[in-house]
Design a protein around this ligand. Sequence first.
Ligand code: F6P
Length: 355
Amino acid sequence: MHQGRTTLSKFLIQQLKGSPEQNDLAALLVDIAACVKAIAAMTAKGALGATHGEIDSTNVQGETQKKLDVLSNVAFINTFSMGGLVSGIASEENDEPLDIDPGDGSGRFLALFDPLDGSSNIDVNVSVGSIFSVLRVPEGGRTGLRDYLQPGRSQLAAGYAIYGPATMMVLTVGKGTHGFTLDREVGNFILTHPDMTVPAATSEFAINASNERFWEPPVQRYVNECKAGRNDVRGRDFNMRWIASMVAEVHRILMRGGVFLYPRDMKDPGMPGRLRLMYEACPMGFVIEQAGGLGSTGRARLLDLDPEAIHQRVPVILGSREEVERIERYHHEYDNGTDQQYTSPLFHERSLFAS
Ligand code: F6P
């Protein structure tokens, strides 16, 4: 028995004492932690668990589903259905939100989640994660789909689990961002990273560079300057990383700083971004802002966007404050025509990106 260890439950009881809503929120986060443990156990079995590989179906995004995507989704749905605290859920893996109100009005929350983020990493044994966001049922009760379309700044809680060499849960209830490590033998999440802070400055960026020719000029400008390093305007060398798992990238940024970009691009002109607003951008934006970082589309704060659809995609730029501010400035200069130097024949039609 370790002296003075703070379990997730103890931490939540301390952070969320007071109103019945806060007590219920603590209970809900403990339920989510139980679900995360079940998914951690499945992912840790690897090829021995018969959970590897694809199944013959696609989700609403048109992505081929992995067995673990489906199993993780079921784990979350069962958790929320049995917990009695949530009246509706929206998942990356379901076309429409699901009503699960126990009928007695006790479900005061809505839960939105990506049950297994970065699932292309499963079969190659690289870190994956789960992302969740908790909203309040609007005053006046449930009316339908619109209930979910609340801006990210309304989130009551958000966070993620990372299934890496260690399983961790990182969350915020609007009082800082805190990390818990799963003590597998005992089955408890222990507070190991209180008050996580994203350093304001960084020399590390993460972007899928294979999309470079489709980026807007402000993003090309930023990345080219980072790559040019110490002899150019940045005056220092930069390092680049790409894990193809947003959870793992955000986790690295929380641990040592950095900036993550999945910007708007022209690869598929019909798609304003790759990542989903409600269960990827908003929760990660909340977690990062509570740790002192920033989350933006390049033109607007992620948490201030007014959602239009459950599976809406947006550009995402988040991490160390100074870098995100710089990238926002580059977008601003480009939109205002004050960026004399950076133009690209590919992006001559400025109006293509106007919004
Ligand atoms: O959910 C989308 C996601 O898997 C993110 O976790 C990740 O950052 C991104 O897609 C990877 O995109 P790409 O396939 O372009 O590398």
